[in-house]
Design a protein around this ligand. Structure first.
Ligand code: MG
Ligand code: ZN
Length: 232
């Protein structure tokens, strides 16, 4: 059998900075520059507030009436990383479930993924509410009792639903918010800050630039496994 044995492979793929080349929340804030947002970022970075609190407060700086221009900007500004359709194809052919685990917001995550064959039930992200005076971010996927990070959308909570004895859990990510997941995952594809962080703490990872790198690595890894299992 392969290293993964009979385990079902499952991918947890980050969205901002991974599926899209840049971070959409940062892009929105930089573009519209609501007064006070950079102080909030600073407080997230020095950890005096959680990611959930910070992201919620930043969007709360916007009147809900600006919904359309913000959504329009986010959707038209984002660039999807090369190789996503081919990776999704490979996953479909090999019965690998591809989850999107995103700290991003529904109003840009779903429209940007709509052209791709990903069932919406496999997409985890935060919600948004434009019915009040200001934009309110909603958190349908909070941390479970094992996570004290106050993530907002908790990646490790989702990964924990896939026990290591039944699944080979593969994480694809780019930043600090993927790091707790990377500690849990069985295989990590990392770029940017996540790559640095993995190096710093000695977590094994495979670097990638495009999703083609990920697909090719999975292909060769799964082929090796087959060769061993058949003794060829
Ligand atoms: Mg990211
Ligand atoms: Zn969490």
């Amino acid at each position: 059998m392969t290293i993964t044995g009979h385990k079902q492979q499952v991918i947890f793929c980050d969205f901002d900075g991974t599926i899209t080349e840049n971070d959409n929340i940062v892009a929105i804030m930089k573009h519209f520059d609501p007064p006070g947002w950079s102080d909030i970022v600073q407080r997230i970075l020095d950890r005096s507030i959680s990611i959930r609190e910070g992201v919620g407060s930043m969007f709360n700086l916007f009147p809900a009436s600006r919904k359309e221009e913000i959504v329009h900007y986010a959707i038209n500004n984002a660039v999807i990383r090369k190789g996503l359709p081919e990776l999704l194809d490979y996953c479909r052919q090999h019965n690998i479930t591809f989850y999107v685990t995103s700290g991003g917001i529904d109003f840009f995550v779903y429209p940007l993924l709509a052209p791709y064959p990903i069932d919406p039930s496999l997409i985890y992200c935060n919600g948004s509410n434009f019915s009040g005076d200001n934009i309110r971010i909603e958190w349908p996927h909070p941390c479970d009792e094992h996570c004290q990070v106050d993530c907002g959308m908790c990646k490790t909570t989702i990964i924990r639903r896939f026990p290591a004895d039944q699944y080979e859990r593969i994480l694809i990510g780019d930043s600090i918010t993927d790091f707790e997941g990377a500690k849990l995952a069985d295989l990590v594809f990392a770029r940017s800050h996540l790559e640095d962080k993995c190096k710093e703490l000695g977590i094994p990872f495979i670097p990638y630039t495009t999703f083609d790198d990920v697909t090719n690595n999975l292909k060769s890894r799964n082929l090796e496994g087959k060769d061993e299992s058949t003794g060829v």
